[in-house]
Design a protein around this ligand. Structure first.
Ligand SMILES: Nc1nc2c(ncn2[C@@H]2O[C@H](COP(=O)(O)OP(=O)(O)OP(=O)(O)O)[C@@H](O)[C@H]2O)c(=O)[nH]1
Ligand SMILES: [Mg+2]
Length: 312
């Protein structure tokens, strides 16, 4: 097998365009949290797909946006760092609506990166290929598809474009062959049975946050963080997990707990099902809620929750 191809594909775009959904779909299993709320993904994460002819290492990133919190700054930092050393950048957009300022912001970031001023190391490094993924094409009437493609292509004229629906599966095969063709001939980097770089406990934490995002409305989702306090194997009986949901205010705590604990129960039961299906065993999950005032702007708390912000 001396024509085996392998490499890194960073998936970038504004929040909520379907980056994590697409990676889960390419892998055929769920490794990343997905929700209808923007800023679901908070950490870079790898999704590894090994085929007989190639290994694609997808890098999921938090959506690039204009930060209003230190936490937001962390997201953009994670997204930019994800570009380092990758072979292909997949710029994912929501073709269901027209490009907006956030799409233009991502395109500018990519432009600066893919066509850097010729100096220092940047000039010597191999530049990644750029692919434009027009996701959510299921939301676009066929008659409007071409016009929509043109408006996005304007942002990144040199990128090859593919129309996709991560939820329906359209275009995924085309995308896969296009990506493989852009990877260098190189042996695989990861063992063939490895699907992500995250530990099960980290994915479990994200799945708990995902369940909360799905059920909670408006302001609470972004004010929410999850800390896993315990993950104990109980042999045949399965696994025991305990986690704390942090919010910023007492009023939010009330919302997360709900009437007589109903909301927390709903979140817990949805999360438990997701964790069970990911891990293939029975799971007991215990959740509690705590207030950590203004944690999104508190670097010490952010660090404790696993968000490290670099000094620039
Ligand atoms: N109609 C439609 N919805 C989609 C498609 N792909 C993703 N979605 C939905 O879009 C929402 C956001 O999906 P995510 O995968 O969480 O988006 P993301 O880009 O990872 O978002 P962040 O992590 O917040 O940056 C979810 O409700 C998905 O079900 C698609 O092809 N068509
Ligand atoms: Mg995501």
């Amino acid at each position: 097998m001396n024509d085996f191809r392998s490499g890194f594909v960073a998936v970038l775009g504004k929040p909520n365009v379907g980056k994590s959904t697409l990676i889960n779909a390419m892998l055929g299993q769920k490794v990343a949290a997905v929700s209808p709320r923007p800023q679901t993904t908070r950490h870079r994460q790898l999704g590894i797909l090994t085929l007989p002819e190639a290994q694609l290492v997808f890098v999921d990133t938090p959506g690039v946006h204009t930060p209003r919190h230190k936490l937001g700054q962390f997201f953009n930092q994670e997204a930019e760092e994800a570009l380092d050393g990758v072979d292909v950048v997949l710029f994912l957009v929501d073709a269901g609506s027209a490009p907006d300022d956030e799409d233009r912001q991502v395109a500018r970031l990519l432009g600066g990166l893919l066509h850097p001023p010729r100096s220092g190391n940047a000039a010597r490094r191999r530049k990644p290929d750029l692919v434009l993924g027009l996701n959510k094409i299921d939301l676009v009437p066929a008659s409007a598809e071409e016009a929509r493609r043109v408006t996005y292509q304007d942002l990144v004229p040199r990128a090859q474009a593919v129309a996709l629906s991560a939820t329906r599966g359209d275009g995924l095969k085309d995308l896969l062959s296009l990506l493989i063709s852009r990877l260098p001939v190189r042996p695989p980097e990861f063992p063939e049975d490895q699907v992500t770089d995250r530990y099960e406990r980290e994915i479990a934490t994200e799945l708990i946050r995902e369940a909360a995002l799905v059920y909670l409305q408006q302001e609470v989702p972004h004010a929410l963080a999850v800390r896993l306090d315990e993950f104990t194997e109980r042999g045949e009986a399965g696994a025991y997990l305990a986690a704390t949901l942090f919010v910023e205010r007492d009023s939010q705590k009330g919302i997360v707990i709900g009437d007589g604990g109903a909301m927390l129960k709903k979140i817990g039961s949805a999360a438990r099902k997701e964790i069970e299906s990911m891990s293939g065993r029975k799971v007991y999950l215990q959740l509690r809620v705590k207030v950590a005032k203004d944690w999104r702007n508190n670097e010490a708390v952010l660090r404790r929750l696993g968000y490290k912000i670099k000094k620039r």
